[in-house]
Design a protein around this ligand. Sequence first.
Ligand SMILES: [Mg+2]
Length: 301
Amino acid sequence: VLVIDDDAAMRALAKRWLESKKIHCLEAKNGEEGVTLAAERHEDIDAIVCDVMMPVMDGFATIAELKKNPDTAMIPVIVLTAHANTEGDVVKGVEVGALDHLAKPFSGPVFLAKVNAACTRSRAERGLRKKLILAEETARIDALTGLLNRRSFDQRLREEIAFTKRHKTPFALLLLDVDRFKSVNDTFGHEEGDRVLQHVAAAMRAAIREEDACFRYGGEEFAVILRATDLAGGVRAGDRLLGVLVGRPTLLGPEREVRTITVSGGVALGTDERFDDIVTRADAAMYRAKEAGRARIVGED
Ligand SMILES: [Mg+2]
């Protein structure tokens, strides 16, 4: 808990009460110091107790500053008002974003009850924010490979089409399918199959440019959207990936058999005039790569 008060006796009292409940107390003797300290230590601070009557920057200006910084805006603040002007100060405090107030003089139990309530709320909100970030990530990322998932693919494809229409620069879509994946699963089991998918994902990260997004499209199919790239460029990216895969065979099964995993790929071009059937076209090209003997990348006609 951060206590911002110009009165040293008040700070000492608050610190004693807090420490009696094993709550660590940070102190600031004015608003400026409080705002700086809160910004530096925001991850450790569950609640702020802030006096109203302080020289230079009063409590309201201090709270307003705390609310401006996204790092400190979520920390609940309790204002300490002087008894004589409690009502007006409470109104102002609420207006600038304080959660609660305490009118001086107040007792230790009331102080601790309010501070504890603020801390509980703070920790609950922190937990929720973490879960929200995780949930957002789960919604975008394929858990097995760490690549972007199918849902992200659909979104990125729409964005890429919009970009292409606006800038009149084509983009390439590379669709990939792991060769003889079923035989890996049948021979070595699904866990090894999963490892093969992770192996391909790692090769994609190594072979594909940072600005091009790699996706697990579904099952053993992968996709790459290559911005401002023509058909030949898309085929080259696929060939680079094949090169990486051939250069790093993997070991499968209890006998650690050496296997070279390959992919077959099809590339189609999205232009400002033709884009809506791009997945179908890339898929048809990929099918031709399979027919021609696998382990190759084929561009659409
Ligand atoms: Mg004061």
